[in-house]
Design a binder for this molecule. Structure first.
Ligand SMILES: [Zn+2]
Length: 113
């Protein structure tokens, strides 16, 4: 089974919902292009094999061209995958700090004289 190499992504080619997706191989022969690929998949020290793939979830719509003969979507030569975070952003909880600051307690003093 081929898994998507992007960090945090669990898409695999054998999965039912990925069956009609085209997975893309790394541009192993193009070291200039390979660098941003490796950077963008988010795995440190990762070395792609010839069988390593990235699922199309990480490629933007403008990364493709359509082959005029087969009508299949082809990846543009300069296209680079991006990390798509599927986990929802966590909203940091703001703790309630005590708004009543001491030291400013005005006490009416009506007992004097
Ligand atoms: Zn993926």
């Amino acid at each position: 089974m081929r898994y998507c190499c992007v960090i945090g992504c669990s898409n695999a080619k054998a999965k039912t919902d990925c069956r009609d997706k085209t997975f893309f191989k790394f541009p192993l022969k193009n070291s200039q292009l390979l660098q941003p690929w490796l950077k963008n998949i988010g795995r440190q020290g990762f070395r792609p094999f010839s069988s390593s793939v990235v699922c199309p979830d990480h490629l933007q719509e403008n990364s493709y061209t359509t082959c005029q003969f087969t009508k299949r979507r082809l990846l543009k030569r300069e296209a680079v995958p991006i990390i798509v975070s599927k986990t929802p952003k966590q909203i940091p909880k703001v703790g309630l700090t005590s708004a009543a600051a001491d030291g400013n307690n005005m006490q009416p003093d009506g007992t004097k004289q």
